[in-house]
Design a protein around this ligand. Structure first.
Ligand code: SAM
Length: 162
């Protein structure tokens, strides 16, 4: 059985491998990138470093990130994603080239219930060919699961394509 340290390292390594793959696969797209869950801001910082020519909007209920990893105010969509995702569909339409969700905590059962709830809120925001990267398994009707890139660990990260 893996230790908590093993699981944490696998998650971090997988996040980076999946994000790098998804950023590269969607590089020709112009629609915005959505980061769901800012936390400390590490994955936001990574995306800001490597995503070119696309806006990155961050969905977070309470911003408490590292100062180097804090998005500008006009790119923060503050509030509970259960409310801000439907509002964003009205605001943006189905335009997201890349959505990254890392909203979960330590309780896998709770994370799964939450993933089931937010999947249908994320799905209509995706542009055709857009990619969705998640730390939890998602439940989409029209998005297809994509094979993980080299370096990512099965079950620690998931990728879906519209
Ligand atoms: N990927 C981030 C990083 O690299 O630092 C870590 C994200 S952290 C695991 C999860 C974040 O999701 C927390 O900051 C939490 O406040 C946010 N979050 C969880 N549930 C949320 C919800 N329903 N609405 C908005 N934000 C939420």
């Amino acid at each position: 059985m893996s230790s908590r340290l093993d699981l944490f390292i696998d998650r971090m390594v997988s996040q980076r491998a999946c994000l790098d793959f998804a950023i590269s696969e969607t590089a020709a797209m112009t629609g915005p990138v959505f980061e769901l869950g800012l936390g400390n801001g590490r994955t936001y910082h990574h995306m800001r470093r490597y995503v070119e020519n696309r806006d990155i909007y961050v969905f977070e209920r309470a911003v408490a990130s590292h100062p180097d990893s804090t998005p500008p105010e006009d790119k923060v969509i503050l509030g509970d994603v259960r409310e801000t995702l439907p509002q964003s569909l009205e605001r943006f339409g189905p335009v997201a080239s890349l959505v990254h969700a890392d909203l979960g905590g330590h309780n896998r059962e709770k994370n799964d219930i939450f993933a089931r709830f937010v999947s249908p809120l994320i799905e209509p925001l995706m542009a055709p060919s857009g990619l969705m990267v998640s730390s939890d398994r998602m439940y989409f009707d029209t998005l297809t699961e994509v094979a993980l890139p080299e370096g990512a660990v099965e079950e620690r990260c998931f990728i879906y394509r519209r």
